[in-house]
Design a protein around this ligand. Structure first.
Ligand code: SF4
Length: 395
């Protein structure tokens, strides 16, 4: 047996087939922060098994077997957008037959139509509408809170906040303050894409700049508005650029502690200019998705949650990802349009019961949370700890 294979660490690391992982194993075991170079080792190692075990070690250290989800409704109040991100198949121009643009009354009516008992989170992110006045946005948040007492409105990506700053001619901090007064409780993590300038210029050149995205989240955190962070991967970015993205988030999290979760979003290669220009028709592979989640869990040591977004990587792979560092599987969603416009083949939503079944079938303990990560209900595990239920179809 070689030195690597005979590594005398805890059982969960044996055998370590890639000797380059040994110092990382030691650091993870000691709870030490990984360097950028070590992050790259994780991205390149052929030893998937150890990578999984390392990510799971950290996940279980933070959360045991608990796996979080939220009973949520997703609503896009408009798909009209002038920004022109090349990866986007959701946006429409004003006047196009497929364009929609709800008034405040229509937003309230839509939520009423989709309402389910026990809903806690309303997640909204939408296009950058060229003509809606600033007053529309706080009015909408206020109307939702008045009509659905107790609902938690998590809305407006940092890109949208910058857009609102432009149309209102108010600083982004003021925009955030007024939206908070209207009842906004948290920001989603969208608009981050990939921070690296080289990539951003090609996929989102008219969108909020990386530094501004980070600044808006910094400002939100300073006001007590907690936020989330995404990363769009699987297109033209390099592995170094993925890690650079995480590195910038890790630094901001050190500074503010205001992020709840990190959400890798797999590029959907359908009906968008980027896919067409690249001739790219393939989805990310399952192993790329799982590796990415595991690297995020290990590199983002100051994030509580790494989220497996079932809409983009499927509920089947999300079940597997619970062993690869994932501690949160987002929400029921009920009706998603952004990823599906670009080719996502998952259902538009999942029921609360399906979420629970999906987690339990993976041998984990479902915890229903709200948008602010308060635990609402822990579903008792149906099996003894240490054993796993057989995989079950969930939809
Ligand atoms: S990703 Fe968002 S900002 Fe970019 S074009 Fe699509 S809707 Fe507009």
């Amino acid at each position: 047996m070689n030195a690597a294979a005979s590594h005398a660490g805890a059982w969960q690391y044996a055998p370590v087939r890639d000797p380059k992982l040994l110092p990382i194993v030691e650091k993870v075991e000691a709870g030490e922060r990984l360097t950028f170079e070590e992050g790259l080792v994780l991205y390149h190692t052929p030893d998937y098994n150890t990578l999984m075990r390392l990510a799971n070690r950290v996940r279980e250290r933070k959360h045991g077997s608990k796996t979080y989800f939220v009973h949520s409704l997703r609503l896009e109040f408009t798909n009209i957008c002038y920004v022109g991100c090349t990866f986007c198949a959701f946006a429409a121009r004003k006047g196009e037959a497929r364009a929609w643009d709800y008034s405040v009354e229509e937003v309230v009516a839509k939520v009423r139509e989709k309402w389910e008992p026990g809903l806690t989170e309303l997640h909204m992110s939408s296009g950058h509408h060229p003509n809606r006045p600033w007053s529309y946005y706080p009015q909408m948040v206020r109307a939702l809170n008045e009509n659905f007492p107790g609902i938690q409105v998590k809305a407006f990506t940092a890109a949208e906040i910058e857009h609102l700053s432009k149309i209102s001619k108010k600083p982004t901090l003021e925009v955030l303050r007024e939206l908070k007064e209207a009842g906004l409780v948290a920001l989603p993590g969208g608009g981050a894409e990939i921070f690296a300038e080289r990539v951003r210029k090609q996929i989102a050149k008219n969108k909020v700049k990386a530094e501004k995205w980070l600044q808006i989240h910094r400002e939100a955190h300073s006001l007590g508005i907690r936020t989330n962070a995404t990363m769009l991967y699987g297109h033209i970015e390099t592995l170094e650029e993925r890690l650079d993205h995480m590195d910038r988030l890790r630094r901001l999290q050190d500074e503010t502690g205001g992020f709840y979760s990190f959400i890798p979003l797999a590029f959907q290669p359908d009906a968008n200019a980027l896919a067409f220009n690249l001739g790219k028709t393939e989805f990310t592979t399952g192993l790329d998705d799982l590796r990415n989640l595991a690297v995020a869990r290990l590199y983002l040591d100051n994030f509580d949650h790494i989220k497996g977004y079932w809409v983009m990587i499927s509920s089947d792979l999300v079940q597997v990802s619970l062993d690869w560092g994932v501690s949160d599987i987002d929400g029921t969603i009920i009706e998603e349009h952004i990823a599906h416009a670009a080719g996502a083949t998952s259902p538009l939503g999942l029921s609360r019961q399906k979420m629970v079944q999906l987690i339990q079938a993976a041998g984990r303990i479902p915890v229903e949370r709200d948008a602010l990560y308060n635990e609402l209900r822990v579903f008792e595990a149906p099996i003894a700890s240490g054993s796993r239920a057989p995989r079950a179809a969930t939809h």
